[in-house]
Every structure is written in structure tokens, then in C-alpha cells.
Design a protein around this ligand. Sequence first.
Ligand SMILES: [Fe+2]
Length: 368
Amino acid sequence: MEQKIITGYVELGVWLKENGCQKTLLVCDDSIRYMDSFRQYLKEEAGAGIVPFSGFRPNPEYESVVRGVEQFRKEGCDSIIAVGGGSAMDVAKCVKAYACMAGNGDNGDYLKQEIIPNAIPFLAMPTTAGTGSEATRYAVIYFDGKKQSVTSESFLPKTVLMNPDALKTLPMYQRKATMIDALCHAIESYWSVNSTDESKAYSREAIQGVLIHMDGYLQNTREGNTGMLLAAHTAGKAINITQTTAGHAMCYKITSLFGCAHGHAAILCDRVLFPWMIEHTDRCIDARGQGYLSHTLDEIGRAMGCANAKEGAEKLQSIFLSLRLKVPEATDEQYHVLRTSVNPVRLKNHPMALDDAAIDELYHAILR
Ligand SMILES: [Fe+2]
């Protein structure tokens, strides 16, 4: 499905009218507090037709989604706008899917039902340039402390509002971390066993977009923010086809153990994985073969403006160093926890076999 990209609030008004929106559930995280012009526009244009819903935390819980569904039904909402980072998108996607399901969702009931696509108008406005969640059919929520990956084609909003002003107040650490999350999505998608010509074209475009706009984005220019939003969205389109790989499989526990932002943890892993992969293509499990994989790694290097894979890997490391992000120090006990908690689903998308010894070796190079 081709998503329509709009950039201004006037077009948002057109969207509200075209879709006959009488009452819209506005699923939003804290970022909305800083978006004066957006709130002003909604107030003047949509008036009483907006029902804000923000009762969720990062890594949103199933119960939060159930509360969102309750509010959607109680207020008689007919449409959904998601404003925020990945968590707001995840909640909004699930509210949309569950709003038309039977029952009230007690005891995880919505998770057990098949998602039947519905026609609830759904618009997403990312306020970070990183997750690309507005371009994927995936959502992650937590039930009883366990991660639930929910997938539906109907999660893709038909319209995405990309307004660079939404990024103006992003704190620097979050700004860096979300940008490199997008870069890691594009790189991992490129080498994924699920890659296609289409996904690789998205990856190339996203890698180039991140690199072109990095300086302007880090300096918070309007052009830089616009370019990075689009690059992160394009990287989202790539992982929508391929999903992520070992870098993401290995980074989740780094986030929870050391409190690093997700993108920070992802580049910690990918800056080590990339050169390691170049040296170990004999471990290739991609059906297209070792020669294909070597060629693909070189292509990634070239997409990064380098001559080959080796230079590309060096460039990734130099980007990491230039961002001055810390490298956490791990204890033996933490290395053990990391080794035994790698996400096996993501690992299957990786083009190389990674056994326990390889994972242990990699973690010792990733951390101090
Ligand atoms: Fe990510």
C-alpha cells in the first residue's frame, strides 16, 4: 500500500474533512505538550472533535491499549491520529485493531482474536526521526511483562503527517539515538536474509538520507529535520519488508541492563557486527550464497559513500565516535545475561549463523 505523505496542518484539516471525522482519538505521548501550533490547529479546526489519549508509557502495556479502546468506544470516536514516537504508534495501531473486536479485552482476550482489518481512518505523525513505525505493519506491546509482537497490514496508516516542526524540541541524546536507530534499520535491512530489490532500494535511499541530513538534523535545522524524518520513514519501509537482524536481536537487553536508548544500543552492536561480518562471510546462511553476501556488504559500504564494505564499517564506527555516546562496562554476570537473552526471532533474519561463542565474542567487543 502506498502511503500518502502530507507535511502541513492545512492538509491535516483536509484529511479530517475527507474522512468525515466527527470525533478523533488523538493517541499522543508527551511530545504533544511542546507542539503549540499543532494543538492550536486542532483546537480551532477540530474543536470538540478531538479526544486526547495519553495514558501509556514507553514499552506500552496491553492494559493501556485496552483503556484506549474503552475511550474510543465510550466517546464514540470514528478515527485515530497517532502523534509521537514508537510507543504512541504501537498503542494507536493496536487500539485501531482492537476497537472493532468483540468483548472488552479482559485477560488478554484481544491478543487471542484474529485481527480483521477495519476501515477506521488512521493518520500518524511521527515526532522522532527514528523508529519508522509509521511505515511498518508491526506493533510491540507487553502483556504480563512479556513482549507481544502484533502484526497486521491494517496497522499501516494510509496518511503520514511529516512536519519538521515536530522535531524542534527533541533533546540531543534522543535526537542522536533515534537517528542512528534509523541508520541501523537501513543497514540491517540491507543485509537481512529477507531483503528484496525493493527493500534494498529503500535501504540505500535511507542510508544516503541519514548521511546527507545528519549535520543539519543535529544542528536542528528545518531542512535537516525534514530530511531525517523522510530517511527514518524510508528505513521503516525497508524493515517493513525484511525486519531487523542480529544487531537488534542483541541490543534489546543492552537497553534494559544499562539504560541506553534503543538506537544507542543498536549502533553499539552494529558498529561491531559490520566489520565482524566482513571477516566471517564463510558463516553465511543466506540462500543466495557467500559471494552474494560479500557483494551486499560492499553495496552497503558504497551506499554510505565509501569504496567497499571495510570502509563502510569504518565509517559507521567513526559516526558512532563522533556522536560521543558511551560504551557501557559489563560484569561477567551481565555478559551471561546478555548471551542468554538474544531475541531468536530477529536472529533468524541475520545472514550468518551466530552460535553462543560468536555472540559472546561479539558482546565482549560491543561493551567494555
Ligand atoms: Fe530499532
